[in-house]
Design a protein around this ligand. Structure first.
Ligand SMILES: Cc1cc2nc3c(=O)[nH]c(=O)nc-3n(C[C@H](O)[C@H](O)[C@H](O)COP(=O)(O)OP(=O)(O)OC[C@H]3O[C@@H](n4cnc5c(N)ncnc54)[C@H](O)[C@@H]3O)c2cc1C
Length: 478
């Protein structure tokens, strides 16, 4: 009987394991990927864009983890959007922001997982079982029990809580007869990682209807090791088997290089054809089994919200599990994980759906609207806000959480810092398993262990702060 078993050592499961261990919770981390068991990186590069908020979470996990990611990754802040040959607008995600971290780094997911795994291995409270595949799960009032297959012997293992971070095809979810439901976008994308020496700037470039790939869209990102990620929209009728053949990929890449007048050799590192969907489970908490990351919700990659939101799930859950297992908070605190992260998933799905609808318009009228927006955006700033090539991941503010205390000082709103410091937004730098009070510019904030602001006052009293602290911890003093 273990306190917590995490199924899946992707970015979500690894982040959660480390965060829990740092808060003193023993964790068993199980992953069935045979490559991982052999010490190889998991197959293929999936995520590449990791957001500032994710770096801030990893900064808190010790072992210089965030810095390691930044040192290897390619930082970027600027994006440019093109219509055919013309740049229609550009944005700087870091403008007006003060942060030690860039808006994004580009880093292959397998590097991020490798660095997380290295950190996990440093922590004695984490027992890592690679090459163990979960086959099924059952639960009763006190525990959840997993049936696990591995090469040496099949076995069962139980825990007070099992967190399913086992990805979009979650065995745990299927074994409980649960579903993730949503919408599939009827389009296909070739995602190609190409090694080449090219001097495109370190920016996100997105083309609508470029001359080298007419009537479709293309996205270009630089990664470490001289690898470039190129996403080619192909349309729903494209044949996935044909399209992923190197002889069909190479001319597409060559056309882009020719258009940019770049004479360079290139090597295909990895390529896949994807159809994207936005979906989520109805509830993320099922008694002793909790779902996080892609197992709980899924978005299209435009906006880079998949792994980034999984890391935010992990951050939200770790301190709550630690308090509940430590007897300092009631079990109900875990329900707030579900409420808060289901809300965040809805927000991510909304943003991702809007972007994907704009990128892959399906009706004639959607095409007309998009064309008009893009044409207007060349000259008129108002239209630029309507161009949607992927609204990029930021931390989701939790504005109506059951853990938060409504402002006592309503009516004096102008005195409070606005925007990023509104109730429910995120501050940087919390490391403990407790709430904390921070005073800034005459306002006292009660900050949760995950950095979200639970309450704020102009005139705090001990009584007010204690009541808000109890609420933030699910109803008990933490
Ligand atoms: C082409 C592409 C580009 C993307 N780009 C971005 C991006 O730029 N930014 C971003 O944030 N997101 C991006 N994503 C999404 C991102 O890759 C996923 O959201 C992320 O991998 C989810 O992490 P996870 O840990 O929840 O699940 P996963 O990464 O899927 O990890 C699940 C783990 O569980 C293990 N597992 C599965 N079943 C079992 C079992 N039965 N027993 C034991 N272990 C099991 C697997 O081996 C795996 O290690 C992209 C996705 C794709 C496909």
């Amino acid at each position: 009987m273990h306190p917590v078993i995490i199924v899946g050592a992707g970015p979500t499961g690894l982040t959660l394991a480390i965060d829990l261990a740092q808060r003193g919770v023993r964790v068993v981390l199980i992953d069935g990927d045979a490559r991982r068991a052999k010490g190889l990186p998991s197959n293929g590069s999936k995520a590449i864009c990791f957001a500032k908020r994710t770096l801030e979470v990893w900064d808190k996990l010790g072992g210089d983890l965030g810095q390691r990611m930044v040192d290897k990754g390619v930082p970027w802040n600027v994006g440019r959007v093109f219509l055919q040959d013309d740049e229609v607008y550009s944005f700087n995600l870091q403008a007006g922001q003060s942060s030690e971290r860039p808006a994004f780094i580009n880093l292959q997911q397998y590097y991020a997982e490798e660095y997380l795994m290295d950190r996990a291995k440093e922590l004695p409270l984490i027992e890592i079982r690679l090459g163990s595949t979960v086959k099924s799960i059952r639960q009763d009032a006190l525990r959840a029990t997993l049936a696990v297959a591995c090469t040496s012997a099949d076995y069962e293992i139980s825990a007070s809580y099992v967190v399913a971070c086992d990805g979009s095809r979650s065995t745990v979810r299927n074994s409980l007869g649960l579903e993730s439901q949503g919408r599939i976008f009827q389009d296909r994308f070739l995602i190609a990682d190409v090694r080449m020496t090219a001097d495109f700037p370190t920016e996100r470039w997105f083309w609508f209807d470029p001359p080298f790939h007419p009537n479709q869209s293309v996205l270009l990102h630089r990664q470490p090791d001289n690898v470039w990620r190129i996403d080619f929209q192909l349309g729903w009728d494209a044949d996935p088997e044909e399209e992923k053949k190197p002889e069909n990929i190479r001319p597409r890449v060559q056309a882009l290089l020719d258009k940019a007048c770049m004479k360079t050799e290139f090597e295909l590192v990895w390529a896949s054809i994807y159809t994207f969907s936005c979906e989520r489970m109805e509830r993320f908490v099922h008694d002793r089994v909790i779902f996080a990351g892609d197992a709980a919700h899924r978005v299209s990659p435009f906006g880079a919200r998949g792994a980034n939101s999984g890391v935010q799930d992990a951050e939200n859950l770790a301190w709550k599990l630690a308090l509940v297992l430590g007897g300092k908070s009631p079990i109900a605190l875990i329900d707030s994980y579900g409420i808060e992260r289901e809300y965040a998933a809805d927000d991510n799905i909304k943003q991702s759906t809007r972007s994907t609808d704009f990128i892959t318009p399906k009706s004639e009228i959607s095409h007309v609207f998009r064309r008009a927006v893009l044409d207007l955006a060349r000259q008129h700033p108002f239209a630029r806000s309507l161009v949607n090539s992927g609204r990029l991941s930021t931390a989701t503010g939790l504005r109506s959480s059951p853990l938060h205390t409504t402002d006592e000082d309503n009516g004096k709103g102008e005195v409070f810092p606005s925007g990023a410091l509104a109730v429910g937004s995120v501050m940087h730098g919390q490391t403990n398993t407790d709430t904390d009070t921070i005073e800034r510019d005459g306002v006292t904030y009660l900050v949760r262990p995950d950095g979200h602001i639970a309450a704020r006052w102009l005139h705090p009293t001990e009584l007010l702060v204690q009541a808000a602290r109890n609420k933030a911890c699910g109803g008990m003093t933490c």
